[in-house]
Design a protein around this ligand. Structure first.
Ligand code: NAD
Ligand code: WQD
Length: 361
């Protein structure tokens, strides 16, 4: 029976194992690199439903470590249990595994609920069976919907979800909050990511959307490399400084480092050791709003290429403005974003160019 291992104190070389579900994905793979750099050993759990195992091969290259991989579905409780028993003592889990495409979630609502809620519930049940309490959960700023309070704080009212995907994130937050208040011992950190963008500065790993990208940055880089005809800017008649929507674009490497800060807080803060179960929510963003046009300008500056784009109609469901108040993460976790939208565009472009010469899919 695997038992939880309390974290090792600061400064020791080996901080123990951290299970990262969805660890072969965009954010998980970048976090695996930062875990190694921080002295943890990642244990990847992934069913490769939306990722390519060759991405992990590149992570092994970049870290010089072949850490454990378990190809299992997080909904499979028996397989999760076997994994924990095989791995022995772990410090905690970062739960990235989920379906995340807003548009696709409308037609595939039942699969999104089954996967996103089912994998979290199974994970929590098995963590309880093996006595593991530390969990960092991938939540999303999408839970806020269109807030009229800007910048958004962790106390900003959560609005009704705008998509089945957004609603699965809201329900998963409730599952964690209610579980932490129940007799099941869990210490849950919920990170509400704003808009993760960019790629590892090496150009060896990055975002790998299947088919036509829904998100802005991969669509920009695929247009610039010639995979897409042109970018359509979804609306330039919004009540913003240049008529296009604004977002808080956070570099994926900064985002990965926020998970390390969350683990350190779980491990080192005296009050966390004393108190029983709890949940804590943090916004993870830059605290700055960038419009679509400003993002395009940052890309053109970073890549030295002119982007083909035109203005088209608004995309249904789009919120007009979103950016984070990030004071809490700075004060409590000691984390703040260091990289800019320019850095993100530079790294996303390097990744896209590298894919052309050395495709992953
Ligand atoms: P991703 O699709 O690149 O990675 C998710 C990984 O989880 C994939 O490798 C996939 O194969 C795996 N997976 C999915 N369901 C699984 C299951 N049942 N069992 C095992 N593996 C499973 O997505 P990402 O962009 O890295 O997002 C990671 C997390 O962050 C998700 O929970 C997502 O909702 C959240 N998030 C993402 C964004 C974003 O814009 N990328 C924004 C906010 C929140
Ligand atoms: C950003 C801006 C678009 C594409 C989504 C999910 C959210 C989270 C992050 C998971 C918007 C504009 C985009 C294009 C465009 N994912 N745009 N042309 O919608 O803020 O957030 O990803 O949690 O849940 O909703 O990100 O990159 O799709 O759009 O003009 O071809 O770029 O209108 O203003 P979004 P996005």
């Amino acid at each position: 029976m695997a038992h939880a291992q309390a974290g090792t104190s600061e400064g020791s070389l080996d901080k123990g194992k951290v299970v990262i579900t969805g660890g072969a994905g965009f954010i998980g793979s970048h976090t695996a690199i930062e875990l190694c750099a921080a002295g943890y050993t990642p244990v990847v759990v992934d069913n490769f439903g939306n990722s390519d195992r060759r991405m992990l091969e590149r992570v092994y290259e970049l870290t010089g470590q072949r850490f454990p991989l378990h190809e299992i579905d997080c909904r499979d409780r028996a397989a999760l249990r076997r994994m924990f028993e095989q791995e022995g003592p772990c410090f905690g889990v970062i739960h990235f595994a989920a379906h995340k495409a807003v548009g696709a979630s409308v037609a595939q609502a039942l699969d999104y609920y089954d996967n996103n809620l089912g994998s979290l519930i199974s994970l929590l049940q098995v963590m309880n069976e093996v006595g593991l309490q530390n969990l960092v959960y991938s939540s999303s700023a999408t839970v806020y919907g269109q807030s009229d309070e800007l910048p958004v704080t962790e106390q900003t009212q959560v609005r009704p979800g705008e998509s089945p995907y957004g609603r699965t994130k809201q329900v998963c937050e409730s599952i964690l909050i209610d579980t932490a208040a129940s007799k099941v011992p869990v210490k849950a950190v919920l990170l509400r990511y704003f808009n993760p963008v960019g790629a590892h500065p090496s150009g060896r790993i990055g975002e790998l959307p299947l088919g036509k990208p829904e998100n802005l940055v991969p669509y920009i880089t695929q247009t610039a490399i010639g995979l897409r005809e042109e970018l359509t800017v979804f609306g330039n008649d919004y009540p913003t400084r240049d008529g296009t929507c604004t977002r808080d674009y956070v570099h994926v490497v900064d985002l990965a480092r926020a998970h390390i800060a969350a683990l350190a807080w779980l491990d080192n803060s005296p009050e966390n050791a004393q108190r029983g179960s709890f949940h804590e929510i943090f916004n993870v963003g830059t605290g700055a709003a960038t419009s679509v046009l400003e993002a395009i300008q940052a890309f053109e500056k970073a890549s030295g290429t002119k982007l083909r784009y035109r203005f088209g109609p608004r995309r249904p469901g789009d919120i007009v403005e979103s950016y984070a108040n990030v004071d809490k993460a700075r004060k409590v976790l000691g984390w703040k974003a260091e990289l800019t939208i320019f850095d993100a565009m530079r790294d996303a472009w390097k990744w896209q160019v590298g894919l052309k010469n050395d495709p992953l899919r």
